[in-house]
Design a binder for this molecule. Structure first.
Ligand code: BMA
Length: 855
């Protein structure tokens, strides 16, 4: 393969959250003046809140960058000891005189004892919960002290495990690296599972105040929550019920008013009792602007202002933003088995997207701009769905806001993955509370399409049937029953009950993948019902072409690894590490079979480069090929298949993994390929025996017509054959438009010297272009030295490269040291005698771009 480098620089931006005081209410975020120390030691150091111990130690120069080389290994002591955080804050008169005062911890990681002015406020044991305390009688005028002691999460985990009296399977828990032998304690603690390591993640078990700490003070009434419950929504009318939960200091009558813009959409005078009150106010909106997903329309949002008054005095107000839509999972019997698709406003939608993991091992340092980049990565790649996978976290509010605004539907897992969990009453109660907190927090987001119990636990355990991942065989029959009972309690009782209680009939799916609830809960997949994770390619060593023989009704996972680009690798290595088997590279490759698989598959399709940098590049080209085949294959199979979510969108540190964008948000080759394969209208050439079938997939709701041109070319650009077919594809369909015998197409031209350029046109508009080769890339007789020329120009403040070549150049990569430029297109085949225009997104200046150019 030919590779060209174009050198060009990067500037990062950080976003900061902003908090304000609402009228009549005092809201103070305690994000200042924090110190921390290892518990019971003398040295207090400055801390950031929200933050965590690892990043605080790093900021104080006490540890080296955990992501650099093998530093992670030296940091395993951090989770074995306790830590203490403290701050002091002033209570002014205005706040002090308020009758009600509450301290809320939106995220404590994880076992925490909280002390206010020396009095113990409470003990916390779940990083996914919100912990609130009435501190009305405990706050002092003037200076107050807050201390939080975090117990060792692994130490507590060990105690919980002992209490339970049974070790549980948790394959991804890297306990040995953590110095804990085979004691996999992660499952006993309600903490992000990936903290303990994963097959793409480091083992960095954090502690700290990971979400804001907020002090609120008020006198009479507080709006605790408002759920805009959609009773009936269509394009003519939206009937909603605003379900408002209020706490009142004493019995009184209040006027509640709901506005949309300047218009009052509902109001009511209500008697309030002292304590908690639940009130429902109806809202009707005629001809609502519906919320649509990316590709199908605008994701319209409605903001409602809720105001509680007495006479002219506002007691409290709150704003809620939501979208009006119906979004349901449709599972109905059909000839093949049972459907599994999402229907948005009555329209069946093919879900195109990816699985999403947390953006960092250290969650508090994920900035707003990081979230914006990740969601932009999904929307720009024409995706309409992300699956928040169950080994991470229930994401930040801002993440869901961005999905609402950008039309990205969310498949939301509860945080349970690839492990069995305990079933003691305290654990189950903790899970019930966690589900309630998160369902209440997230239920107004129109983006959420489904709640799913867990990732891969059903298929791994396979109770009452042979197979699985070999876990249950290690336990006695009684133990198996005990473990399975906990599974049933969590995923078939507590979680579905919570979804039913707190949401409007939202879809709940106990485990991903599974073919269906009931008897067949743990069927092996692919099946003719339910969702499936297809890992035959990669784990099962199936050839890439096997994606076509393993299409499920909804493919919620499949993937292929690659290395990050050299610029990223350079950030965590030194030159002596430049070998994929070096200790450092191996520690940034957490899949035991990773390097082997990449090499083996590469040897099937490509010439395997000796050179390290070229190998990294080639791994990306290989991954792009795999993801292109998979996405196009799944879409072609609609409506049998109605979803394709690749594993995985992003990384939590710089690493070799299945991601299509790396830790620094650089697009890998696969992300560009997926963007193309997720376009609304695509052509899918499919080899079927000696026939080349041509399919058109149209995700738009309107019919598309045009023609499909197949040009057989040699590598110098000579057109050897040209076939044209008209096509017409109804909306939301995949149609076979033609099939061509290879004799008719290839004639007698040698396979290794030709390619077919398949273009789908509508008038002058190119809807899609795809290249078909007739042998593996490694067998192609590619021109050794294509002459690629590049020119730079600027137009209306936008920067462009124009690129030409005299001979075919495959998978051409553009890049810039320090990744200072994003390219509108990359890893492309350059065909002779065409001009390619690539836009550069960068802050660096024109002269710099020009001087950095190397051809
Ligand atoms: C999937 C996921 C993850 C894992 C990935 C790659 O099945 O659910 O647990 O990281 O495979 O092995």
């Amino acid at each position: 393969m030919t590779k060209r480098f174009i050198y060009l620089t990067l500037i990062g931006l950080l976003g900061f959250p902003v908090f304000t005081n609402a009228q009549n209410h005092r809201r103070l975020e305690l994000d200042n003046n924090w110190y921390f120390r290892q518990y019971d030691t003398k040295e207090w150091l400055q801390a950031n809140v929200p933050g965590c111990v690892h990043t605080d130690l790093l900021a104080n120069g006490k540890i080296e960058d955990p992501y650099y080389r093998t530093n992670e290994r030296e940091l395993q002591w951090i989770d074995k000891v306790a830590w203490e955080y403290k701050t002091n804050f002033e209570i002014d008169d205005f706040t002090y005189v308020k009758k009600q005062k509450r301290l809320t911890f939106y995220g404590l990681d994880t076992y925490a004892d909280i002390f206010l002015n020396g009095h113990k406020l409470g003990h916390c044991d779940n990083m996914f919960r919100t912990w609130s305390y009435d501190v009305s009688d405990m706050l002092k005028k003037g200076r107050n002290e807050l201390n939080i002691v975090f117990l060792s999460p692994t130490g507590q985990g060990l105690k919980e495990m002992e209490k339970y009296g049974l070790a549980l399977p948790a394959d991804n828990d890297q306990s040995v690296l953590g110095g804990m032998e085979n004691k996999k304690v992660s499952v006993f603690t309600r903490k992000a599972p990936y903290n303990y390591g994963w097959d793409w993640g480091p083992r960095l078990v954090t502690s700290g105040i990971w979400r804001p700490v907020v002090l609120e003070a008020w006198n009479e009434v507080r709006i605790e929550d408002t759920y805009i419950h959609p009773l009936k929504v269509d394009s003519k009318l939206a009937q909603l019920n605003a379900e408002i939960t209020l706490t009142a200091a004493h019995p009184q009558t209040a006027d509640i008013e709901i506005r949309h813009g300047n218009r009052i959409v509902s109001q009511q005078s209500v008697p309030l009792k002292s304590g908690k009150n639940r009130i429902g106010l109806p809202i009707k909106i005629k001809h609502p602007k519906l919320w649509w997903c990316n590709g199908l329309g605008k994701p319209h949002l409605y903001t409602f202002d809720i105001c509680v008054k007495t006479g002219a005095q506002t007691l409290d107000n709150k704003q809620v933003t939501t979208g009006l839509r119906t979004l349901r999972l449709v599972r109905k019997k059909d000839k093949a088995g049972e459907t599994f698709y999402f229907e948005l406003n009555g329209v069946p939608v093919f879900a195109k997207g990816a699985n999403y993991i947390p953006n960092d091992a250290f969650l508090p340092r994920v900035s707003r701009s990081d979230y914006e980049k990740v969601i932009a990565d999904a929307t720009e790649a024409n995706m309409n769905m992300l699956r928040i996978w169950g080994g991470g976290i229930y994401e930040d509010d801002y993440f869901y806001e961005l999905c609402d605004r950008n039309g990205i539907m969310i498949w939301q897992d509860f945080m349970f993955a690839c492990a069995m969990y305990p079933g003691n009453p305290e654990f189950l109660e903790n899970v019930r509370q966690e589900a309630a907190d998160n369902l209440i927090r997230l239920r107004n987001h129109p983006c959420i399409a489904l709640w799913c119990g867990n990732n891969e636990i059903g298929v791994a355990w396979r109770h009452n049937s042979p197979g699985g991942w070999g876990w249950k065989q290690k336990y006695s029959t009684e133990e198996q029953e005990r473990i399975f009972q906990a599974y049933q309690d969590i995923f078939h009782r507590i979680l579905p009950e919570a979804v039913e209680k707190y949401t409007d009939d939202m879809a709940y799916w106990p485990s991903s993948p599974m073919s269906g609830p009931g008897e067949s809960d743990f069927e092996l997949l692919p099946g003719t019902s339910g969702d499936n994770h297809y890992w035959g390619v990669w784990h099962g060593k199936h050839r890439l072409e096997a994606f076509a023989d393993n299409v499920g009704r909804f493919v919620s996972e499949y993937g292929f690894q690659s290395f990050p680009e050299f610029e990223t690798v350079k950030k965590y290595t030194v030159p002596e590490d430049y070998n994929i088997e070096s200790d450092v590279m191996a520690s940034h490759q957490r899949s035991g079979i990773g390097n082997l698989r990449i090499k083996e598959y590469m040897s099937w399709y490509y010439r395997v480069p000796e050179n390290f940098e070229q190998f990294l590049y080639m791994s990306q080209v290989l991954q792009a090929k795999a993801m292109d085949i998979a996405m196009r294959t799944h879409r072609r199979a609609m409506p049998y298949c109605m979803g394709s979510l690749l594993w995985q969108l992003n990384d939590c540190w710089p690493v070799a993994s299945w991601s299509t964008t790396d830790y620094y948000h650089n697009w890998k080759a696969a992300h560009y390929a997926v963007r193309e394969a997720c376009k609304p209208v695509i052509v899918v050439p499919r080899k079927n025996g000696s026939q080349l079938e041509l399919w058109v997939v149209n995700d738009r709701l309107k019919k598309v017509k045009g023609n499909c041109i197949i040009e057989l070319q040699d590598f110098e650009g000579n057109v050897l054959n040209r076939i044209q077919a008209d096509f017409s594809a109804e909306g939301n369909r995949s149609v076979l438009i033609d099939h061509i015998g290879s004799d008719r197409l290839l004639k007698n031209h040698p396979r290794e010297k030709t390619l077919a350029v398949v273009t789908l046109r509508n008038g002058n508009k190119i809807l899609d272009e795809h290249h078909v080769y007739f042998t593996e890339p490694k067998n192609l007789d590619l021109p050794a030295h294509p002459r690629i020329t590049t020119r730079y120009n600027e137009k209306n403040g936008r920067k462009f490269l124009t690129v030409t070549t005299d001979k075919l150049a495959c998978d051409v990569m553009f890049y810039s040291p320090g990744n200072t430029v994003r390219f509108s297109d990359n890893y492309i085949d350059l065909l002779p005698d065409r001009t390619y225009t690539i836009e550069l997104f960068t802050d660096i200046t024109d002269p710099e771009i020009k001087t950095r150019f190397i051809q």
